[in-house]
Ligand binder design. Structure first.
Ligand code: HEC
Ligand code: HEC
Length: 323
């Protein structure tokens, strides 16, 4: 702080305190020229102004606040004087420019010229929490799924990384599967869940079938058949025509629509007979799935989280569908 501003602050602060004190003293004096309690000679709408002193308790508190101000200045300083406690705003974690520049240099990687604060913090966290994850990673997923402490950590990792798609309760939403039920696209064994999370999944092959099915009529027929598979009532004529065309679909969804998992090929073609729908089970949405196709993507986490964390999340996900 330049000395001008330093002086400016001293004069302004102390000057104001003195002015306030003088003002208080003046008000405590009876300078009106009439006795206390007598009329001041003013009357407003029949209400007379009397010469009453300031209440004692009020003026005492006022005086105390002025004394307090001097005490405050003594401890916390004024201008560039840091006071008896040596307090500075830069002590509160806000660095001045020089300190901030020095800190930046500390985080500068000399070879690459890149700031590495994040990398160093990650490395520090690894060193601290690494052994915990390592210990969990050495245990079986089924075993971890019964360990409340492990599940708590797994849940936290899930909320941070997976909840934006699968929901914080893992119940999923349109296009993002529910992970808390027993209905799986790729499989619900501990190994398969881990494989899914490690390497991700790409639902493939559910292309737009409209032209293959001979246009809109074909789509409506197959959709009617698909809806009938879960026991809902449909136009029997449409469904019958659709059943014939379903041969195209059977390679992935199975001859009876029971899904690829039931056929032992976990390639993500859903079971169409259980009335659990990834994209929605209304006639309109099912027709849309068939007409335009679907291509859900589950991103791989191997490189983002590392195997140890994936192992722990797998245990959490596995635990959700166990009773
Ligand atoms: C960007 C959105 C997104 C994120 C983030 C995401 N997922 Fe997924 N996940 C999907 C989609 C979409 C599918 C379904 C893929 C498909 O349609 O075949 C899926 C499928 C899955 C499956 C397979 C379900 C089954 O029925 O076989 C599991 C298990 C899973 N996710 C777990 C996770 C976990 C654990 C995380 C966090 C580490 C995660 N997902 C993060 C979108 C996401
Ligand atoms: C090459 C494999 C393949 C073929 C053939 C195929 N599908 Fe699919 N189907 C899939 C996959 C994989 C998904 C899941 C898409 C996703 O997860 O994004 C899917 C999803 C669907 C869905 C959405 C299910 C839901 O839960 O919302 C319907 C409906 C469907 N298929 C019907 C059909 C019909 C009808 C046919 C034949 C005309 C057909 N599929 C042919 C692979 C296939």
């Amino acid at each position: 702080m330049s000395s001008f501003w330093n002086i400016w602050i001293w004069v302004l602060t102390l000057g104001l305190l003195v002015v306030i004190f003088l003002l208080l003293r003046m008000c405590l004096k009876n300078f009106a020229g009439v006795e206390e309690g007598e009329s001041m000679g003013h009357s407003f709408d029949g209400i007379e102004e009397l010469n009453n002193p300031l209440p004692k308790w009020w003026s005492t508190f006022f005086l105390l606040t002025i004394i307090w101000a001097f005490g405050y200045i003594a401890f916390y300083g004024l201008g560039s004087w840091t006071g008896l406690l040596g307090w500075k705003s830069s002590n509160q974690g806000i660095l001045n420019l020089a300190e901030s520049k020095a800190k930046t240099l500390e985080y500068l990687d000399k070879d690459s010229g890149v700031l590495v604060q994040y990398d160093r913090e990650v490395a520090a966290a690894e060193a601290k929490f690494g052994p915990i994850f390592e210990a969990y990673a050495a245990r079986d997923i089924k075993d971890l799924a019964t360990d409340d402490e492990a599940l708590k950590v797994g849940q936290r990792l899930f909320i941070q990384n997976c909840a934006q798609c699968h929901g914080s309760d893992a119940h999923g939403t349109t296009g993002f599967p529910n992970l808390a039920d027993k209905d799986w696209l790729y499989g619900g064994s501990p190994e398969t869940i881990k494989e899914t999370i490690m390497n991700g999944r790409k639902a493939s092959g559910m292309m737009a079938w409209s032209s293959t099915l001979g246009g809109e009529q074909g789509v409506k027929e197959v959709a009617a058949y698909v809806i009938s598979l879960s026991g809902r009532s449909v136009d029997p004529e449409l469904a019958k025509a659709g059943k014939g065309k379903f041969a195209i679909c059977a390679g992935c969804h199975g001859p009876n629509g029971q899904g690829s998992l039931a056929m032992g090929t976990p390639m993500g073609a859903p079971n169409l007979t259980d009335n659990i729908w990834l994209y929605g089970g209304s006639k309109r949405v099912i027709e849309e799935s068939i007409r335009n196709g679907r291509a859900g993507i589950m991103p791989p986490w191997k490189d983002i989280l590392g195997e140890e964390k994936v192992h722990l999340i797998s245990a959490y996900v596995y635990s959700l569908s166990q009773d």
